[in-house]
Design a protein around this ligand. Structure first.
Ligand code: ADP
Ligand code: ZN
Ligand code: MG
Length: 488
């Protein structure tokens, strides 16, 4: 039986504020000694009183606007009650019925077609402490690092609009890109500053109502989101095919086994006994604040891609790839700016090198674009060297890798590695003459219309010049000489 996959994602983003959500402790808890940034508020000591971090609200509004949400005029915080060792107070301060924003949308591109994923809500809450599980031989125990307790979190919840694991991945890539452009979060999934819970159900194509959903937790990479969703589609369709019902539950993804396992049956809102946080006031969001935050929003990937297509003449597909990461987009534009009055052909060459060779090196060396060492000016110089025939394409790739790793300029690397093509036309012509004299058969083949021999002769000349001559130049001279013979 064929089923329609239905997915909704809940993403938690740690906000890049200076201090925590409700106290003055630093929010930069990573790499700090364990349990060193704590105070009575984020420890949840009785009698302590929370304070709202205005910066967190502002970053939440900024994101809401970028996701086309409507920002609420009034918003409030609520207590979500549950008990777990990493939750210091026995409740989390979150938002229940009056979230900061709602009704947004994010567009994604699937097979060159645009789809809209609706955003149900965006709300703020606080992160929990971190449990570190140890297993020493016969003794297993857990340690608690409270530094993370109270770090501002923004939760972004989609409507069940996503139809496949591929779409889920595209949505996350797009959302993460926007988060990074805005500078509201690092978007780093492995570090846990961008975390995703995935909800998935299947339904018969003809069914009007959605099926029972399962929530998958602990997804800390795009790969695990994708793979766990694929796994659930299999598991749930097997289950439905054999006439069983899907149980609404929370499942965990086991990365090493590539399976999801049941963790607990799903809690419902009433299990959390939400009620308004009595220690915090109702918040009125001023229209003027929204206006001034709106002005601070930079050019986002979608607009940037449109602009790249318009002014540099690159395809939508390539342009969308270039702008996913702001560093990438800036590198592209700065390289073009380093060659004043350059043509669209130059832009296209830069784009091809970035999406081809540069991406290859990023994967090969596992270096993120932010840390690679090629400067825009050196990049431009390399492309100039190819253009003037001083180096060939194969050498250029070798030089590019060296630039990528060590940041040297291309002339220096080319000289050190002896890759400059030093032969000019005057040097090449006598060599061609010699080679032609040595290969009368090739000439007669050419004269009877076999053009393949040009490649053979080209190879001979290259060998003779030890690769120090530009193949384009050789080919041109070679064809000229052959034509002359033809005319004789
Ligand atoms: P809950 O109350 O269980 O947390 P919500 O209505 O808040 O459920 O939805 C949580 C997430 O699950 C949202 O992203 C939503 O789009 C998604 N979702 C809701 N129902 C389904 C369903 N039947 N199948 C897949 N995803 C769903
Ligand atoms: Zn604190
Ligand atoms: Mg929910």
């Amino acid at each position: 039986m064929n089923y329609q996959t239905v997915i909704g994602l809940e993403v938690h983003v740690q906000l890049l504020t200076k201090s925590k959500m409700f106290c003055n402790c630093s929010a930069k808890y990573q790499s700090k000694p364990t349990n060193s940034i704590v105070c009575p508020i984020c420890l949840g000591l009785p009698g302590s009183l929370p304070n709202i971090n205005q910066m967190a609200i502002n970053l939440g509004i900024k994101t809401s606007l970028a996701l086309n949400c409507s920002v609420s005029s009034y918003t409030k915080f609520d207590r979500k009650n549950y008990s777990y060792p990493d939750l210091m107070k026995g409740y989390q301060i979150s938002q229940f019925d009056m979230p900061l924003a709602s009704n947004g949308k994010v567009t994604i591109l699937i097979n060159n077609e645009e789809y809209s994923i609706r955003i149900n809500r965006l709300h703020l809450e606080e992160d929990v402490a971190k449990l570190i599980h140890r297993n020493d031989k016969n003794n297993s125990y857990s340690l608690l690092d409270i530094n993370r307790s109270g770090v501002p979190l923004m939760e972004i919840v989609t409507e069940p609009d996503i139809r496949s694991p591929e779409e889920a991945r595209e949505y996350l890539i797009k959302l993460r890109s926007i988060i990074k452009y805005l500078g509201v979060g690092t978007g780093n999934m492995e570090e846990g500053s961008f975390r995703c819970d995935a909800n998935i159900s299947l339904k018969k194509i003809s069914d009007k109502n959605l099926g029972t959903k399962v929530e998958i937790k602990n997804l800390n990479s795009l790969r695990s989101v994708y793979k766990s969703l694929k796994y659930e589609i299999e598991r749930q369709s097997d289950c439905l095919n054999s006439g069983k019902e899907i149980i609404q539950e929370t499942r965990g993804w086991l990365e090493d086994k590539n399976i999801t396992i049941s963790q607990r049956t799903k809690e419902y809102a009433s299990d959390y006994r939400y009620f308004p946080e009595p220690d915090l006031p109702l918040i009125k969001i001023d229209k003027n604040i929204i206006g001034s935050i709106k002005k601070s929003i930079p050019e986002l990937p979608e607009e940037k891609s449109k602009r790249f297509q318009q002014i540099y003449g690159i395809s939508k597909y390539n342009s969308d790839l270039l702008v996913i990461n702001k560093h990438n987009a800036d590198f592209f534009e700065n390289t073009i700016a380093s060659k004043p009055n350059s043509s669209n052909k130059f832009a296209k060459t830069v784009s091809n090198w970035m999406l081809g060779e540069l991406n290859k090196l990023i994967k090969k060396h596992e270096i993120i674009i932010e840390n690679q060492k090629i400067t825009p000016l050196n990049f431009k110089k390399l492309l100039d060297l190819i253009d003037t025939g001083s180096i060939n394409n194969a050498s250029a790739k070798i030089i590019f890798e060296e630039m990528f790793l060590n940041g040297d300029n291309p002339e220096k690397i080319a000289n050190n590695k002896n890759l400059i093509q030093t032969f000019n036309a005057d040097d090449i012509e006598p060599i061609i003459k010699e080679i032609l004299q040595e290969n009368p058969k090739a000439i007669s083949d050419f004269l009877t219309g076999n053009e393949n021999v040009v490649k053979f002769l080209l190879g001979q000349v290259m060998k003779n010049t030890k690769g120090k001559a530009n193949p384009k130049v050789i080919e041109e001279l070679l064809i000229n000489q052959l034509r002359e013979l033809n005319n004789k």
